[in-house]
Design a binder for this molecule. Sequence first.
Ligand code: UT7
Length: 327
Amino acid sequence: MFNVKITGTGSYLPEKVLTNFDLEKMVDTSDEWIRTRSGIKERHIASEDEATSDLVAVAAKRAMENAGVSSSDIDLIIVATDTPDNAYPSTACWVQKHLGIKDEMPAFDLEAACSGYLYALIIAAGMIQSKLIDRVLVCAGETMSRAIDWEDRSICVLFGDGAGCSVVERSDGDSAILSTYWAADGNLGDLLIQPAGGSRMPATHETVEKKLHSLRMAGNEVFKKAVQKMKKSAEEALKRANIKGEDIDLYIPHQANIRIIEATIKRAGIPREKTAVTIDKTGNVSAATLPITLDQAVREGRLKRGDILLFTVFGGGFTWGSAVVRW
Ligand code: UT7
């Protein structure tokens, strides 16, 4: 069995920045409340002519450039997203078009809410190891601003738009995905849900009037589960890789709330200075938070080959998981 590695990363955040002070003018909230309850100061918002595939395509080009490959070298595109351009075609097919790829190749979307990038990485690694495919563009992108009720202060302050991609391929050296852990619990699905727009509740005038196409979240309950499951999955992945919390060089947790991150690292024994935080500048970008944070860490020179990296996510579904990577 050979190893699998990430050979390039890229990300894209839309130009428009919405600060907490801007939000103070839109809903009954304050910079102080948002900062102290979530750690967020600002977030990026897609322009009217940008859909999720447009954000992903920019991040994908940056990732391929970083890996030193071109679109003709890619064998599969996976896009993890909660906010696809359309129900179909998939956002991955639109990304293939934006990248100008005309060759026959598979492309598909993956829905695992905030856990999407980690799920896609695990699937890509398995496909490479089973020799089905050589090189995968693992992408995640969100236009959360399109799935939000901008009058609901409990939700609209938390999310942002953006995309992150990684080129994943066979490794003949020491770089490797050392262990993974992933899980889901559909019994708790109602706690974080976009109720309308699917087969359970198709769009009607009433669903639009009642704002049932917007994200609903039982914040407190999601918070508690997130801390519990992020700690458990981080510990499980570390145990499977035979690595201790203090031996991690960089921890990239899901960026939903700085208090969830701090509670998780305290309980899992991971040093704060080794934890990458981007939530202050991006808000929660759902599936894209992990690859955006990874790309920023790479570009800031926080990772060198051989370093031990731990990813942890938690999101709707519920879904959660971790991966230990030797960079
Ligand atoms: O990415 C997927 C996973 N998502 C998450 O992990 C998010 C998990 N949840 C959270 O991060 C937190 O629960 C929130 C940030 C959503 C909320 O923080 P909280 O400390 O749990 O606040 P709360 O919901 O208990 O609300 C406290 C108070 C309430 O007022 P009362 O009832 O105490 O008078 C809210 O109405 O804060 C009020 N509130 C606000 N006040 C000002 C809620 N939103 C706002 C707001 N500005 N934007």
